[in-house]
Design a protein around this ligand. Sequence first.
Ligand SMILES: Cc1cc2nc3c(=O)[nH]c(=O)nc-3n(C[C@H](O)[C@H](O)[C@H](O)COP(=O)(O)OP(=O)(O)OC[C@H]3O[C@@H](n4cnc5c(N)ncnc54)[C@H](O)[C@@H]3O)c2cc1C
Length: 403
Amino acid sequence: MKIAVIGGGAAGFFAAINAKLFHYSSEVTIFEKTTKILSKVKISGGGRCNVTNGCEDIKTLSAAYPRGGRQLKKALGTFSTTQTKAWFAKREVPLYTQDDGRVFPVSDDSQTIIDCFLSQCKELNIPIKLKHQVIKITPQAEKIALRFKDNKEDNFYDKVIIATGGSPKAEGFQWIKNLGHQIISPVPSLFTFNMPKEHITKLMGVVATQVIATIPGTKLKSNGPLLITHWGMSGPAILKLSAFGARVLHDYNYNFQVCINWSNEINEAFTREKIKQIVDRSPQKILPNQKVIAMPERLWTYLIHRSGFNKDKKWSELGKKGINKLVSVLTHDIYEVKGKTTFKEEFVTSGGIDLGDVNFKTMESKIIPNLYFAGEVMNIDGITGGYNFQAAWTTAYIAAKLQ
Ligand SMILES: Cc1cc2nc3c(=O)[nH]c(=O)nc-3n(C[C@H](O)[C@H](O)[C@H](O)COP(=O)(O)OP(=O)(O)OC[C@H]3O[C@@H](n4cnc5c(N)ncnc54)[C@H](O)[C@@H]3O)c2cc1C
């Protein structure tokens, strides 16, 4: 059997190696359009490659995918984070899990993952053809014909796995669309919020450990740490919001409001009660000396000022109106977002092949038999934390079975 894997990225290599292991007598070839393979793996996780996530519960894992979570749930039953760790361990690439759940090679060097894949390809005799861009696929009665750029002749394969990754533009998917697949137009995911007019940027570097962030007028909501940057806001709470809101925020042209609940308590009565307790207990203390919620000093001082109080104000002087104002700032603090900035550590495009066109038991196209998909080329994307590579490993492993 002749197998072509299109794309020399994470999903392509993982699919090719496993395809050869599942079908040992087959000829497997990787075709990569550029002169570089695994370029995203190399720069991933700040050069350390966040290979997967420590979470082993499939329901929790699948909730980390704004697009594709439902479909991946079943697929993760076949190959999940546990299998990823075992796969690399078997090939002498030990991994470790950080406190935040992110999993890295013990070497803390993405080159370890690249070296592992390259040595597997060598051992299994999988050729890697660089500068081979597939520009057309033609299904035939028994075979699939591939046409490469600058080549007038077709090459024939029994099975083809497409692992060509995301594309920032819909045109990048045109050759797959020509086969009859629906394409969900790509939009960026995992970005940080720009707030050019907001003074909070003066607090750059400050981290609030737990906030609830929402986008007014939508159901978008996330929680987690928030980092104030010199251009706006970042950190897990914001990145999660950007991922789950990728499409809506694109439709807003990245001009919207974000509401921060610094108290991390859904019920504002809780914050109000805490303020009343301070007023009763320490009426003569000044506001800066008594925090309502644990947070960095600079942020607390900023929020007091934002509530309209000076630093000499005593708790006893707040009154009902003052308490209302403070509760409002602590639980419904609204900021204007104007634009986005790409998150350098890890970014993905949402969009790609409509998941309705893919059989997730096999990763085979529902439109073209013997054609399979793996990785970010599909409309699957996860939040940060190793989930995107895990989606690549999971889908590539299933595609490699060529069922
Ligand atoms: C800076 C950065 C850091 C990241 N860090 C992490 C991280 O730490 N953890 C994590 O989980 N995720 C991370 N991600 C996301 C992760 O890298 C991607 O989700 C993953 O690489 C997708 O793999 P893929 O093989 O599907 O696509 P890609 O890695 O994009 O590979 C696709 C390959 O196909 C080739 N190709 C495209 N079209 C053709 C064609 N027509 N013919 C032949 N070849 C073609 C491309 O040149 C490319 O080499 C990061 C992303 C970025 C950009």
